[in-house]
Design a protein around this ligand. Structure first.
Ligand code: CP
Ligand code: NVA
Length: 306
């Protein structure tokens, strides 16, 4: 059975560390690793928009010596109703791995359920594990470690980034705090799974409604859009409840000395983050975006070795 990465806790703490070590090695000598030479082909399918994920996978697969196939789902039969399972059975006959950005997590689970090749979640409504691998690589290069650091996420606690930071952060042994408005707190099952993982790694997971208390002494502050892809016309008023969670200089000043700021991007400057913070000295967002490339190269290499 192939290994998949559908959500962050699909990796054990040791496996996550192995991939991050490999990501550092890939970054240190960018063109020296060609495990996909042959070439092996990777289908990278998009049901939703993307800049970073699309380009970093396409460039990364090529750098590994592989053949990236970037597919707009709308232009494939998947977009005309061919079943996910039938699509997966066919893809397994052509390619060595499938990377997919889609909506519901159940869709990527269906793809993986019949796949003979690894399936990688390139963002679903529920999780964004490739982003969090890059985030962890970025934090580790700044602090030299992950375990024992405190990460605070401010924003929509029920979105893919909050969920992935809970699971991925707990796997890395980080204390994860979520500051989210009422009605936007993490899914209870994800919170439960993050707590289970945190108990194994000796870390902690907390919901802290007050943003000042949530960022107090934190090492890493993370935010994300208040309106994720697919939520544009759900009729919910987000700006009033989310405004107090804006990552601005005032909140940053409460964090630990040397704290860094992450944002998966795209940013909505003036909403979830101010220009002053994203363009300021604490911001690690451009390294974070670059690390998508290295972390995903490491992930594909690792999955295809199994
Ligand atoms: N952070 C991220 O996944 O960016 P894209 O939506 O541009 O791929
Ligand atoms: N939460 C955001 C992440 C974008 C990379 C979204 O799903 O739109």
């Amino acid at each position: 059975m192939p290994r998949h990465l559908l959500r962050d806790d699909d990796l054990t703490p040791d496996e996550q560390r192995e991939i991050l070590d490999l990501a550092d090695a890939m970054k240190a000598d960018r063109f020296a690793h060609r495990p996909l030479a042959g070439p092996k082909s990777v289908a990278v399918i998009f049901d939703k928009s993307s800049t970073r994920t699309r380009i970093s996978f396409e460039v990364g697969i090529a750098e590994l010596g592989g053949n990236p196939l970037i597919i707009d789902a709308g232009a494939s039969q998947l977009g005309r109703g061919e079943t996910i399972e039938d699509t997966s059975r066919v893809l397994s006959r052509y390619v060595d791995a499938v990377v997919w950005r889609t909506s519901g997590q159940a869709r990527i689970e269906a793809m993986a359920s019949v796949s003979r090749v690894p399936v990688v979640n390139a963002l679903t409504d529920e999780f964004h594990p490739c982003q969090v691998l890059a985030d962890l690589q970025t934090v580790r290069e700044r602090f030299g470690r992950l375990a024992g650091l405190t990460l605070t996420y401010l924003g929509d606690g029920a979105n893919n980034m909050a969920h992935s930071l809970l699971l991925g952060g707990a796997t890395a042994g980080m204390d994860v705090r979520i500051a989210a408005p009422e009605g936007f707190t993490p899914h209870p099952d994800v919170l439960r799974d993050a707590k289970t993982r945190a108990a194994e790694t000796g870390s902690g997971v907390e919901l802290i409604a007050d943003p000042d208390a949530a960022v107090d002494g934190a090492d890493v502050l993370v935010t994300d859009t208040w309106v994720s892809m697919g939520q544009e016309s759900d009729g919910l008023d987000r700006s009033a409840p989310f405004r107090p969670l804006q990552l601005n200089a005032g909140l940053l000043a409460r964090a630990a000395e040397g704290a860094i700021v992450l944002h998966c991007l795209p940013a909505h400057r003036g909403d979830e983050i101010t220009d002053e913070v994203i363009d300021g000295p604490a911001s690690a967002v451009w390294d974070e975006a670059e690390n998508r490339l290295h972390a995903q190269k490491a992930l594909l290499t690792w999955l295809l070795r199994r």
